[in-house]
Structure formats: structure tokens, C-alpha cells
Design a binder for this molecule. Structure first.
Ligand code: UDP
Length: 239
């Protein structure tokens, strides 16, 4: 039975990494498009002010707790989320399953060449992959039509266009697919391609990954102001 809790009214699944991967495998055999969202504090704040994103989260097949802020917010209301289930970890695990089970995969997003490099790195880690298409995240309408056409050959679709563009794009363009799982993965191709290093383990363990990202990309400061706003709102609304 699916268990969800709400963080500032935004639904989040009480789910572990292992359960997420198991569920995705089941969903590939169930009719309809299955949207997997990995939600962090920034996304929760965005969803509060964006009814389209909010309804996508409500309808999603899985919303994982991606981010220390979401775990912390649940604790403030004496609720418990077992662990972070991050976009990057979900991506790596699903590619590993895709290789083992020869699942057809489509990769959309990031700057030209990045997803291709990410796939090459992944193949070194997990073995050969059945990639039915790769396209960067900067396309015109004609290219978009051929991307959507090619996606019909996939069972697993990764979309890296940033939040909330990727979630809205999946909803608007892929709802006709069936027996397919689509995951919005933000900057994961950049990380796997080696463009952006991941935070050192001690920072991840101390819930400081956000600080490392800020150190690498100081221009994120504007977006990251969502984090203190999120914390303030959680404390103000403590049940
Ligand atoms: N991106 C893209 N097309 C766009 C806008 C962004 O492919 O029109 C890509 C961008 O190159 C980057 C990713 O989307 O690879 C967004 O990464 P970010 O770390 O900002 O993701 P978020 O924090 O929003 O999950």
C-alpha cells in the first residue's frame, strides 16, 4: 500500500531507494504513463506557487523525498521519511536495471553532447545499454515531434530540462504513452558526464549537499533562497 505524507501540503511518498526501484519496475508493466518526480525543498516551494506543478505532483506515480530539507520538514511534524531518494541515485540505479534487463531507454536534456557522455560513462559502470534515442534539451518544434515519436520505442525515459520545465514537458507531451516510466532528473546528466562533481560524502552525510552546489555555482544563490523560505514556512506551519 502506497504511503504518502504532506510537506507544506505537497504530497511526498514514504519510500526508500530500494522500494522506488522495485515500484518503477512494476510500473513499466502497468498501463498508462507513470511519472516519477524527485522532490526537494526548492520544488516544494515552487509547487506551492505553481498550480500546474502542484497537480503534477498530486498525480505522479511516485514522488520521492530528494533532499535533506524534505526529511527535516517531516521531522518537524513528528513524521518520518526513511531516507533521501535523490534524482541522481535513482538515475544510476535505473540505468543499472535497464542494462541487466535490456530495457529500452530514451535520454532527453542537458547541453549538446552531455547526455551522450553520461551514457558512455554509465555503460562503463553498468554494462551495455539499449538506448533508443538521445537528444539535448535545446530543441525546436520539429525536433520535438521526432523526439516524442522516438520515445514511443522506450520503456524508461529520462528528462533533464530542469524543474519545473521537465515535469510540465512530461505531462504535456507524454501522457499518451502506456507501460512507460518517465523521470525528471534535473542536472543528473551533467553530474554523470563529469561536468559537475557531486559533493564529498561527509557533506552529503551532514545534509550539506546544497552548500556544495552553491560553492560550485554561486549564481544559484537566488534560487537557493527558497531553502530558508522553506524552513521558515515549515516552522511557521508546524502542526
Ligand atoms: N536544460 C535543458 N534545456 C532547457 C533548460 C535546461 O536541457 O531548456 C538542462 C540544463 O542544461 C541542465 C538541466 O537542464 O542540464 C538543469 O539542471 P539543474 O541542475 O538546474 O536542475 P534542477 O536543479 O532544476 O533540477
Amino acid at each position: 500500500m502506497r504511503k504518502r505524507l504532506s510537506v507544506l501540503s505537497v504530497p511526498i511518498d514514504v519510500i526508500t531507494m530500494k522500494e522506488t526501484i522495485q515500484r518503477v519496475q512494476e510500473l513499466m508493466n502497468e498501463p498508462g504513463l507513470h511519472h516519477v518526480v524527485t522532490a526537494n525543498a526548492e520544488m516544494v516551494m515552487l509547487a506551492k506557487g505553481n498550480p500546474i506543478l502542484y497537480s503534477i505532483l498530486e498525480d505522479a506515480s511516485i514522488v520521492t523525498p530528494d533532499g535533506a530539507g524534505v526529511l527535516w520538514a517531516a521531522e518537524q511534524n513528528n513524521e518520518h521519511l526513511p531516507e533521501r531518494v535523490t534524482g541522481i541515485d535513482v538515475t544510476r540505479e535505473l540505468f543499472s536495471i535497464a542494462s541487466k534487463q535490456n530495457i529500452p531507454v530514451y535520454c532527453l536534456g542537458a547541453a549538446p553532447g552531455v547526455a551522450k557522455r553520461a551514457v558512455e560513462n554509465l555503460e562503463r559502470e553498468v554494462g551495455p545499454l539499449q538506448i533508443v534515442g538521445i537528444h539535448d534539451g535545446f530543441f525546436n518544434t520539429d525536433e520535438e515531434q521526432s523526439i516524442i515519436g522516438d520515445m514511443a520505442k522506450a520503456k524508461l525515459i529520462f528528462v533533464a530540462l530542469g524543474v519545473p520545465k521537465q515535469e510540465i514537458w512530461i505531462k504535456e507531451h507524454l501522457s499518451h504513452l502506456s507501460g512507460v516510466v518517465a523521470v525528471g532528473i534535473g542536472g543528473s546528466f551533467d553530474v554523470i558526464a563529469g561536468n559537475i562533481p557531486r559533493a564529498p560524502e561527509w557533506m552529503q552525510n551532514n545534509r550539506l549537499e546544497w552548500l556544495y552546489r552553491l560553492y560550485l555555482e554561486p549564481k544559484r544563490i537566488g534560487r537557493m533562497m527558497a531553502i530558508p523560505k522553506f524552513m521558515f514556512t515549515v516552522l511557521k506551519n508546524k502542526r
